[in-house]
Design a protein around this ligand. Structure first.
Ligand SMILES: [Mn+2]
Length: 429
């Protein structure tokens, strides 16, 4: 990727931050990368650093005890704490494009205070207990900064597009492995990491690699070592990072020639069409929650067409059948965090309680579209208990159960006209 768009990204951030500082009566903003976090108080290892999102928004450096100082009318300062340590060394940043945007100052451990500003300062950090002096994480400042991350700059979209291309290399490899071998979940997980050139702790989130019934566990990360042959399904939900920006992609597959595999394959084909239809309906000005509701109407049609659901589409929705089979939200904001927070300004309706995006869709938003359908017995059991039992073909449910579930997830950028689907674009390149 080219980095020509980075100076504009920083200039826009500087302008936005200056107006937030003026509105909230601060002289300066200090963004802390974060302090090392001990994994266990009985040993000396730390978790890999995952910097404060407001810090990564400016700069992809993954380094403990680094600080960005933003002041009106001045070039931002990047303070680095240099540790003289012959035991360890930090991974260098993947690119050097950002240094010139800052006045870079280095200090020894514990000496950042010598160069950090005094006066009326807002400090943003993931580690409030170790924050430098100032107002730590004031709520209006956090809200204003979260909002600046919802609309992406050209630079951010380039990073997300590259993060998507990396993830798609991993997904292609996992599909090949699933179709041509009896690989275990662990082997498929490792194949993904290799093909996308990532170490497990630096992926944007733990890869979900689930064979068969495991794919009905929404956040399954157990990576069984057992080889699996014959008719089964695979769900892989895995992303990649580029300069701190993460992609988040899910693909589902089925293999085998048995009647149940064929039936699951029919459902998979319909979910693929459903997902694409939802993407086609994205429009600026539309509440994202409407799109989520649309996906339930489309799912009701799929269930009726395949005979899994009985009764009218309205009944399947109103009586909670679609929500028992598709319990999670349609998608969420993407960016420097995989579930970034700025698009959930209000809670969703009670029946959409897991929805993480309740914003009105705007040009520049980047979010996921990830409808799913799963046989989750804990959610289906209550339906069998009352008159809703007649709305489900339980024999079909039994047939689909060993295949678990389906999720198809793309990353899209909202544009003036329609969307740019980063995931499909990477697949067709
Ligand atoms: Mn997701």
């Amino acid at each position: 990727m080219s980095f020509e768009t980075y100076p504009d990204h920083v200039a826009a951030l500087q302008r936005a931050t200056e107006s937030i500082l003026a509105a909230q009566h601060y002289e300066a903003l200090v963004l802390c990368s974060g302090a090392p976090q001990s994994r266990n108080r009985f040993d000396d290892q730390s978790w890999p650093l995952c910097p404060t999102p407001a810090f990564t928004h400016w700069c992809p450096l993954v380094e403990a005890d680094a600080y960005i100082i933003v002041r009106p009318g001045r070039k931002p300062t990047l303070v680095r704490t240099v540790v003289d340590d012959f035991w360890e060394t930090q991974a260098p940043p993947e690119s050097e494009h950002f240094w010139d945007a800052f006045d870079v100052v280095t200090v020894g451990p514990g000496h950042a205070g010598d160069v950090l500003p005094g006066g009326k300062v807002a400090v943003i950090t993931r580690d409030p207990g170790q924050a430098p002096p100032g107002d730590v994480n004031p709520a209006p400042m956090l809200a204003a900064l979260d909002a600046t991350r919802t609309k992406k700059s050209a630079y951010e979209i380039e990073c997300l597009a590259e993060a998507t291309r990396r993830a798609v290399r991993g997904h292609r490899r996992t599909e090949e492995k699933f179709r041509t071998t009896d690989a275990s979940e662990l082997e498929i997980h490792l194949a993904y990491l290799e093909a996308s050139e990532q170490d497990d702790p630096t992926t944007p989130y733990k890869n979900i690699v689930a064979l068969g019934q495991h794919s009905a566990v929404l956040h399954y990360v157990a990576y069984e070592r057992k080889k699996v042959s014959g008719d089964t399904s695979l769900l892989v939900d895995a992303g990649a990072k580029c300069n701190g920006y993460g992609s988040d992609i899910t693909r589902s597959y089925v293999r085998g020639t048995g009647a149940s595999a064929k039936r699951f394959g029919d459902l998979l084909a319909r979910m693929e069409q459903l997902q694409q239809e939802v993407v086609r309906r994205i429009r600026p000005g539309m509440p994202y929650e409407d799109l989520h509701d649309d996906s339930h109407r489309l799912l009701a049609d799929v269930l009726r067409d395949l005979g899994i659901g009985k009764g009218s589409a309205a009944e399947l929705i109103d009586r909670g059948i679609t929500r028992a089979l598709f319990p999670h939200g349609l998608g969420h904001s993407l960016g420097v965090m995989v579930h970034d927070v700025g698009m959930k300004l209000r809670p969703p309706r009670a029946d959409n309680k897991f929805l993480r995006n309740t914003s009105v869709i705007e040009v520049g938003h980047v979010f996921t579209i990830e409808p799913g359908v799963y046989i989750i017995d804990a959610l289906l059991a209550p339906l069998r208990e009352d008159d809703r039992a007649r709305l489900v073909d339980w024999k079909l449910v039994d047939e689909l159960r060993p295949f678990g579930g389906i999720r198809i997830e793309d990353n899209v950028v909202v544009q003036e006209r329609g969307v740019r689907n980063l995931t499909r674009e990477a697949y067709s390149a």
